[in-house]
Design a protein around this ligand. Structure first.
Ligand code: SAM
Ligand code: DTB
Ligand code: SF4
Length: 330
């Protein structure tokens, strides 16, 4: 190990003032993608060690609290009412069922519980029961996260007041490609909600999804858009498309798994202080590629056998993988 890496490894995490933060151009992120794989991973690993314990991975468990019937037309999503995906629509889960799931997630070793609803955004009558869920899950000693779609004035403050730690709201893909995947809302709508979340003092969880037929340049543009947020998101989920039959992207061409690792590395290098989450699509990536993602700087996963409507690796399989890799969960 070189002196530089050894020093970086023991360096405490610091927060870069916004004035000192670098702005990333799309061309610079493309240049990262173009590096020889080993050089890119080495660079990402150095950045990772300078800011985080390289063997610590945060684990969040997801629960779909309101499934299907969504008005939006996101081309990848099983839950859009516009596509026949065979998914059974469900109304909002009762509080006790949510709490049972949260308790089980905590017992299994998750540190954060993320509740997702297939809404364009919550109506006032929808929000009240979700606030109860947030309060009670928080009281269990878990970090709380919700993803409810676009927020109206005042809703972020109510969520904060209930004890919400994180709000997940992805920008999903590059600005120039967004309209080819989603037409029922705009990227600007998403950015407006993210501003409300940040202004209310809630941590931002914001990332994207690859495997939608986007170009490498669009992938670079997604990373640059995230990295240039001021400040960058606290948590950055990178999803690999889970192909859902019946959606417009059910038969999209899968991306080269090494390019997925490159996305993780680029997220790590451009957002050194953010948690980068290896998100949907882990099942399909296999253990070897996941290990490369951890080496490239991923330090968070979704944990538990279900994502929202699709499968994720079993918790026991993840525990075994962590043991084989000497990873600890935090
Ligand atoms: N309705 C809310 C919203 O759109 O923000 C919350 C739920 S939505 C399912 C959350 C995120 O999951 C999306 O932004 C997308 O990045 C990801 N996602 C949805 N379907 C996916 C799929 N089939 N494969 C991978 N990621 C997916
Ligand atoms: C995120 O970026 N990925 C999660 C979470 N945020 C809400 C959702 C993944 C969904 C995968 C497809 C499904 O299970 O429906
Ligand atoms: Fe609705 Fe969210 Fe799915 Fe889009 S990604 S269709 S907003 S649930």
């Amino acid at each position: 190990m070189t002196a530089t890496v050894a020093q970086a490894e023991s360096a405490p995490a610091t927060t870069t003032p916004s004035s000192a933060r670098k702005r990333w151009t799309v061309a610079e992120v493309e240049a990262l993608f173009a590096l020889p794989f080993n050089d890119l991973i080495f660079r990402a690993q150095k950045v990772h060690r300078a800011h985080f314990d390289p063997n610590a991975v945060q684990r969040s468990t997801l629960l779909s609290i309101k499934t299907g019937g969504c008005s939006e037309d996101c081309g990848y999503c099983s839950q859009s009412a516009r596509y026949d995906t065979g998914l059974e629509k469900e109304s909002l889960l009762p509080l006790n069922e949510v709490l049972d799931n949260a308790r089980a997630a905590k017992a299994k070793g998750a540190s954060r519980f993320c509740m997702g609803a297939a809404w364009r955004g919550p109506k006032e009558k929808d929000l009240a029961p979700v606030l109860d869920m947030v309060r009670e899950v928080k009281a269990m000693g878990l970090e709380t996260c919700v993803t409810l779609g676009m927020l109206k004035e005042g809703q972020a403050e109510q969520l904060k007041e209930a004890g919400l730690d994180y709000y997940n709201h992805n920008i999903d893909t590059a600005p120039e490609f967004y309209g080819q995947i989603i037409t029922t809302h705009t990227l600007q709508d998403r950015l407006d909600t993210l501003a409300k979340v940040r202004d209310a003092g809630i941590n931002v969880c914001c990332g994207g999804i690859v495997g939608l037929g986007e170009t490498k340049k669009s992938r670079a543009a997604l990373i640059a858009e995230l990295a240039n947020m001021n400040p960058p998101p606290d948590s950055v989920p990178i999803n690999n498309l889970v192909q859902v039959e019946g959606t417009p992207l059910g038969k999209a061409e899968t991306i080269d798994p090494f390019d997925f690792v490159r996305m993780i590395a680029a997220a790590r290098i451009t957002m050194p202080e953010s948690h980068v989450r290896l998100s949907a699509g882990r099942q399909e990536l296999g253990e070897g590629i996941q290990a490369l993602c951890f080496m490239a700087g991923a330090n968070s996963i979704f944990y538990g056998e279900r994502l929202l409507t699709t499968d994720n690796p079993d918790a026991d399989a993840d525990d075994a993988l962590f043991a084989r890799l000497g990873l600890k969960s935090v």
